[in-house]
Design a protein around this ligand. Structure first.
Ligand code: SF4
Ligand code: SF4
Length: 91
């Protein structure tokens, strides 16, 4: 399992989640990315990031709301092709 970052993070980016992740698997390129992405291969499912997010953007894979399903693909894609993932982030 992993955790996914969803719509409310877009252009919010306060990075509270990055500060609490014990394995530094939440990534973003400041100035380029509009949200953060969790590396599914590095995430240890500790859950620390979920309550740290002030806009409730982070969900465990099993709790991902149906209307946020597209962000599962976007998060995974980011670690294979950053530009392709960025192109799928809604305006
Ligand atoms: S669940 Fe834990 S390891 Fe995974 S991204 Fe959140 S803080 Fe990092
Ligand atoms: S704490 Fe929430 S809004 Fe801030 S960067 Fe992390 S996921 Fe995005």
């Amino acid at each position: 399992m992993t955790y996914f970052v969803t719509q409310p993070c877009i252009d919010e980016l306060d990075l509270s989640c990055v500060d609490v992740c014990p394995v530094d698997c939440i990534h973003t390129e400041e100035g380029t990315d509009r949200m953060v992405y969790i590396d599914p291969d590095e995430c240890i499912d500790c859950g620390a990031c979920e309550p740290a997010c002030p806009v409730t953007a982070i969900y465990a894979e099993d709790d991902l709301p149906d209307d946020q399903a597209a962000f599962a693909e976007i998060n995974v894609l980011y670690f294979k092709d950053k530009d392709a993932a960025r192109a799928k982030v809604p305006a």
